[in-house]
Design a protein. Structure first.
Length: 427
């Protein structure tokens, strides 16, 4: 109670956030003698830090930066401009600028930025073959305890014309070397004479026999793999059926749990109503302590509240049992799903084994045919080299010289490609 002429002071506090209107307005109200009065309104201007980050790019040598997607050849340098603008109502201290895809960020160190002011950073990235077909970049700026990302920019990275030309020259040199090596090997094989040809024939015939044996083994393995795989789809189907049953059981148990939870909620609501009625009777009895009808009503309400509490305990026990059964069903579902996945994996593995054996037969058949073709070719070569050793020695010498020349040219082309790739990958 407050007597005439007296005063009393009340205090409260509010933490300003970005969600508050700016300026923030506050007033208080008080009610006394069934009359409410509102105080004067105080106004607080909220100073909030904020900033924006814009990223622009250009190919080195161009006059201006922009945000359009660029097209650049590998080896060319991309230049980036990172502009930070203070859009808040307080000065900012830029804690750092980072860009993992851009080197040499300048200027370095922290910077202060006045309200409405902007500052710019620059960095570069040399496009290299690994960036193809497209390259993207985003800068990050930290200030006022938060980090903002810039807009994302992209560039199409095209192969270096010089590198493409060098690789074409290397491919041609490799082809020339391969042809020279084949010619040399052929000439050298013929030079070694009949003895070498006869040894090669023996090896070819051995390889032919080995190919035949491998084919027989593959053909024998296929029926066994097919037999082992025959029953796997049935096991998978059985496991799937058990998994589906487990899922249905979980759904049923979830339904029972929902019913039990609903019954508990309903019983608690009825208890709340009964307790409220009990409080009303108790209040009335305090006013009329000798009212027999109120005493009897009080006794009845107390019994009703007690019965409701006991019923809730009973329902909660039933709910726990249902939840336990649901947990058991969930565990069973997991086990069934695991069993189904294992059965399915076994079925897939079995099918893959059959397919592998079938492919092995096809490959071994091709190997056998190739071995027979090779044997026939060696026999024909043996007939050719007889009586031609002098001519074959000269041909082998010329073929060796041509091979050495081709290998030197290939090594030079490879070195040129490697040097150009290294130059393109340097930042």
């Amino acid at each position: 109670a407050l007597k005439a002429g007296e005063s009393e002071t009340f205090s409260c506090e509010h933490v300003l956030t970005g969600a508050d209107e700016n300026p923030y307005l506050a007033s208080g109200s008080i009610e006394a003698n069934k009359e409410s009065k509102t105080s004067n309104t105080v106004e607080v201007e909220i100073k909030m830090p904020n900033f924006e980050v814009k990223l622009e790019q250009r190919v080195a040598g161009e006059a201006s930066y922009g945000t359009s997607k660029l097209s650049v050849e590998a080896g060319k340098k991309l230049e980036y401009l990172i502009t930070v603008t203070n859009t808040g109502s307080v000065a900012l201290k830029l804690a750092g600028v980072s860009d993992s895809k851009c080197a040499g960020i300048q200027p370095a160190g922290d910077q202060s930025l006045a309200v409405g002011a902007s500052t710019a950073y620059t960095c570069t990235h040399r496009a290299h073959p690994g960036d193809a077909p497209s390259y993207s970049n985003v800068a990050h700026v930290s200030a006022a305890g938060k980090e903002l990302a810039s807009n994302e920019l992209g560039a199409e990275v095209k192969p270096s014309a010089k590198l493409t030309s060098l690789k074409a020259a290397l491919t041609k040199a490799e082809e020339t070397t391969a042809a020279a090596k084949a010619a040399f090997n052929t000439a050298k094989a013929k030079e070694e004479g009949i003895g070498k040809a006869e040894e090669e024939l023996a090896n070819a015939e051995k390889a032919e026999h080995e190919a035949e044996a491998a084919l027989e083994a593959a053909e024998a393995a296929l029926p066994q793999a097919e037999a082992e795989n025959a029953g796997l789809p049935v096991k998978t189907g059985e496991a799937l059926a058990e998994f589906q049953e487990a899922i249905e059981r979980v759904e049923i148990e979830e339904f029972f749990v929902e019913i039990a939870e609903a019954e508990v909620v309903e019983a608690e609501e009825e208890l709340a109503i009964a307790e409220e009625e009990l409080k009303e009777v108790e209040a009335a009895l305090k006013k009329k302590p000798h009212n027999q009808e109120l005493k009897e009503e009080l006794e009845f309400d107390e019994e009703e509240v007690q019965l409701d509490k006991e019923y809730i305990v009973e329902l909660e026990g039933y709910l726990e049992e249902e939840r336990a059964e649901l947990q058991e069903a969930v565990e069973a579902e997991k086990e069934a799903e695991k069993a189904f996945n294992e059965a399915k994996a076994a079925e897939i593995a079995g099918a893959a084994k059959v397919k592998a054996d079938e492919e092995a037969i096809t490959n071994d058949q091709a190997a056998e045919a190739a071995a027979k073709t090779h044997t026939a070719a060696v026999k024909k070569a043996l007939e050719t080299v007889k009586g031609e050793e002098a001519h074959l020695k000269k041909a082998a010498k010329e073929a060796k010289e041509a091979l050495e020349t081709a290998e030197a040219a290939e090594a030079g082309a490879l070195k040129a490609v490697q040097e150009e790739e290294a130059a393109l990958s340097t930042e």
